[in-house]
Ligand binder design. Structure first.
Ligand SMILES: [Zn+2]
Length: 102
């Protein structure tokens, strides 16, 4: 298995919450990717950098646990969950995505 393969197993999904009788609010909730994939969660983001995630193209052929990767390579370079961040040796600081999902 390639070392530089990104595999993220936990993400956040967007859910509508009832705040009171009249108001509802969108909130991000942590969820396992395997659950998010099988349920109808339309939107999910990285729990660490809030960047967009995507299913890898080969996810159906991949028999292992469902996982996602960062859509943007830049996110992966500065996210604690990103493989490019983990492989970097320059002591860079993690940061939030430049295009965080709100
Ligand atoms: Zn991230």
């Amino acid at each position: 298995m390639a070392v530089n393969t990104e595999k993220i197993y936990h993400c956040e999904v967007r859910r509508l919450f009832k705040k009171s009788k009249f108001t509802k609010e969108w909130r991000w909730m942590p969820k396992a990717v395997s659950e998010a994939v099988s349920s109808a969660d339309a939107k999910f983001r990285c729990k660490d950098c809030h960047g967009a995630l995507k299913l890898p193209l080969n996810h159906l052929a991949d028999a292992t646990t469902p996982h996602v990767v960062h859509k943007s390579r830049v996110d992966s370079e500065y996210c604690p969950a990103g493989v490019h961040f983990q492989l970097s040796k320059d002591g860079r600081e993690p940061r939030l995505s430049l295009k965080p999902l709100m």
